[in-house]
Each structure stands twice: as structure tokens, then as C-alpha cells.
Design a protein around this ligand. Structure first.
Ligand SMILES: Nc1ncnc2c1ncn2[C@@H]1O[C@H](COP(=O)(O)OP(=O)(O)O)[C@@H](O)[C@H]1O
Ligand SMILES: [Mg+2]
Length: 238
């Protein structure tokens, strides 16, 4: 399998505090990979480091065949590495449409703004209906959809999603995950998903990693991790 993303022995942290401890992982072309772990395990730190928002102390990030370890986040995004931050981070006092337009912030994406908007509105009819509504008035599930749609406006090859299920009702969690899976099928995207919602995240991925105290504890096919007694006991209350 060819990898769109490979992360090799990544270390990073905040000031004096080390967080990531030699994290290695891969995401194949067209693959959904989940990284699951408890609150504080280092999931957000991992995505921030891969995307270039947080400096890498050592290790290497290879994206789409190129070393992007020290590339700033906006440059990585231009190459197709796009992150959907926790809770979406939409601009609440701007409309859905304005939020989507902001997703197309780099020049290649701006050049395709019209086509991308048409495409996103077709993929997410609900957002088309709500286009003139303020983003702050969307429900939690709609906000997640809008955040994913905004990321699509940046022409991603790899979408990195930070806990898209956080705070959503179970039925909305299913909807958001289905929507992500359908983007992967129809658009040939690859996805790196980080979640505390271990059951759902492992069910929707091909492969998963368990992160604990900033290190990878185990990895395997999603269905195997779902059956793993340690994973079930520690993370699924079973
Ligand atoms: N901005 C920050 N400054 C200092 N420490 C942080 C910061 N953000 C996160 N941390 C710490 O880094 C560790 C990992 O946090 P995080 O990556 O947010 O975990 P997760 O996303 O898995 O909940 C935690 O101990 C957290 O307290
Ligand atoms: Mg987090």
C-alpha cells in the first residue's frame, strides 16, 4: 500500500512538557485510520504536530511523498493536509456560506471556489438550506458537517479530524461518521481521525492505533482492536 502520510518517531510538547513520545503511524491512500485514547492522551497534540501548528522536536512527517516535518501549517494545508479542529471552530457570527468561503483560503483553492462551493452544497444539502444562517445558530451536528465542508473547500488529500463526535447525540455521531465515510468512498480522500469515542472510531476505520501518555500502545485492524480484551476493558467499559 502507498502511504499518503507517514509519521516516524515523532516527539513534541509544550514548553518544558513533553507530550508525544516517539509516535509512529501510517495512513494509506484512501484509508480511514483512527487514533483512539483517553482525554489528555495526546491526540490533539498529535494532529497539531503533524499539521505543523506545533513544532516537532524530533522525528519525521512525510506527506504525499515529501518531508513536511518543518513546514508551517498553511503550507502543509496548501499541499492537501487539512485539519478539522475540535468542535469545528467555525466563526459563529458569520454565515454558513461565509465560513465555507473562508475554507478556500489558499490560491489554488480560491481559484476553484465556485466549483468547490457547488460541490460542497451538493454533498451537504443541509448546508445549502442553511447557507445564509449564522454558523453560531447551527446544531452541534450541523456545525461538525459545516466544519468538514469548510475543510473540503481547501481541497484536501488527507483530512485530519479532531474528535468530530464530541458533544453530539449518538444519532448525530452516526450521521457525521457516515458522512466522512462517504467522502472517502466518493472523493478518494484519506482520513486520520482522533477520538475518545473508541467504539465508533474503531468501527469506522480500517486500521487503528491506541495512544496512551503520548505513546502508541497498540495498533491493528479496527475490527481486531474492537475485540481486544484490553481495549474493551480500558476504553469501552466492557
Ligand atoms: N497548550 C498547552 N499547553 C500545555 N500543555 C498542554 C497544552 N495542550 C495540551 N496540553 C497537555 O498535553 C497533554 C496532551 O493533551 P492533548 O493532546 O490535548 O490530549 P487529547 O487531545 O488526547 O485530550 C495533556 O497533558 C495536556 O494537559
Ligand atoms: Mg483533544
Amino acid at each position: 500500500m502507498s502511504f499518503i502520510l507517514s509519521v516516524d518517531k515523532l516527539f513534541s510538547g509544550y514548553g518544558e512538557l513533553p507530550v508525544l513520545d516517539a509516535v509512529s503511524l501510517e495512513v494509506g491512500q484512501g484509508e480511514i485510520v483512527s487514533v483512539v485514547g483517553a482525554n489528555g492522551a495526546g491526540k490533539t497534540t498529535l494532529l497539531l504536530t503533524i499539521s505543523g501548528h506545533l513544532a516537532t522536536r524530533s522525528g519525521r512527517v512525510t506527506f504525499d511523498g515529501q518531508d513536511i516535518t518543518h513546514l508551517p501549517a498553511h503550507k502543509a494545508a496548501e499541499r492537501g493536509l487539512v485539519m478539522v479542529p475540535e468542535s469545528g471552530r467555525l466563526f459563529p457570527f458569520m454565515t454558513v456560506l461565509e465560513n465555507l468561503e473562508l475554507g478556500a483560503y489558499h490560491s489554488a483553492a480560491r481559484a476553484r471556489l465556485r466549483e468547490s462551493l457547488d460541490e460542497v452544497m451538493t454533498l451537504f444539502p443541509l448546508l445549502a438550506e442553511r447557507r445564509t444562517q449564522l454558523a453560531g445558530r447551527l446544531s452541534g451536528g450541523e456545525r461538525q458537517m459545516c466544519a468538514v465542508a469548510r475543510a473540503m473547500m481547501a481541497l484536501p488529500k488527507l483530512l485530519m479530524l479532531d474528535e468530530p463526535s464530541l458533544g453530539l447525540a449518538p444519532i448525530m455521531v452516526d450521521k457525521v461518521f457516515e458522512m466522512v465515510a462517504s467522502l472517502v468512498r466518493t472523493k478518494g480522500l484519506s482520513v486520520l481521525l482522533v477520538e475518545q469515542n473508541v467504539g465508533n472510531a474503531l468501527r469506522m476505520c480500517q486500521r487503528g492505533y491506541v495512544i496512551e501518555h503520548g505513546g502508541i500502545l497498540k495498533s491493528g485492524r479496527g475490527e481486531d482492536l474492537l475485540r481486544d480484551p484490553d481495549v474493551r476493558r480500558s476504553y469501552m467499559g466492557l
